[in-house]
Design a protein around this ligand. Structure first.
Ligand code: SF4
Ligand code: SF4
Ligand code: FES
Length: 234
């Protein structure tokens, strides 16, 4: 198989490698083969190899994907594969991007749980069938891979847009009955760079490898922040 891999930083180019095709081979297997046998200085990230850590995302034949769970057979065009770093993030080197901006936006969206319970309190009981539990659970499995972020046109157009993952996280916490950040978090996501900048086209939802729907989360945030604004809470 002919594999083209991005080498360099923002400025760089594709280099080409011949990699043996194997049964059940993943894109991460291909990158690992190149690094171990052909190009020891190739920089890339992975940790778990089982779709848990979110560190292996790259652009594969033009589409952002997690590479440890993407089989070559699903994505190769003929016998060709083009592998590049994620879009919308600065490139540190080769396939490694600088994730700081992505995670800083989680912090700006108040993506951290703020509870009031102490170790002396009993566990909170949240009915599994309740609407808030259902809404909170829908986005909880996010692994922070930034596939959605790299696929979002609005992030490309305006660097300050919080982006689908941070907004999905905020929505998860808005619906967590144990969380106490309330209006403060709504203020954080209601600004000009927040939920109202999303055009709802849904690339994030189409591409999320965990089948999370950030678009639906953002629609929920739009609704709830609009109501809060009408009430004069924001
Ligand atoms: S639906 Fe919104 S957040 Fe998702 S990719 Fe489109 S603009 Fe970005
Ligand atoms: S919402 Fe999905 S695509 Fe976005 S960071 Fe989380 S797991 Fe990755
Ligand atoms: S290596 Fe952890 S999600 Fe791919």
């Amino acid at each position: 198989m002919r594999v083209s891999i991005w080498r360099g930083r923002q400025q760089g180019g594709f280099r080409h490698y011949d990699v043996p095709r194997l049964a059940s081979q993943t894109v991460l297997d291909v990158v690992t083969h190149v690094q171990r046998h052909l190009e020891p200085s190739l920089a890339y990230r992975f940790a778990c190899r089982v779709g848990m850590c979110g560190s292996c995302a790259m652009t594969v034949n033009g589409v952002a994907r997690w590479t440890c769970r993407t089989h070559v057979a699903e994505v190769a065009k003929g016998d060709r594969l083009e592998i590049a770093p994620l879009s919308n993030l600065p490139v540190i080197r080769d396939l490694v991007t600088d994730m700081r901006g992505f995670f800083d936006k989680w912090a700006r969206a108040k993506g951290r749980f703020e509870g009031s319970a102490t170790r002396h309190d009993d566990f909170a009981r949240v009915e599994p069938g309740s609407q808030q539990r259902r809404l909170a659970d829908a986005g909880i499995e996010c692994i922070g891979c930034a596939v959605c972020y790299a696929s979002c046109d609005v992030v490309t157009w305006r660097a300050d847009f919080l982006g689908p993952a941070a907004l999905n996280r905020a929505w998860t916490l808005v619906n967590d009955v144990r969380d106490t950040a309330g209006v403060e978090r709504l203020r954080a996501v209601a600004g000009d760079a927040g939920c109202h900048s999303c055009h709802t086209q849904g690339s994030c939802t189409t591409r999320c490898p965990k089948h999370i729907a950030p678009t639906a989360a953002i629609v929920g945030l739009k609704r709830i922040t609009a109501r809060a604004a009408v009430r004069g809470d924001l």
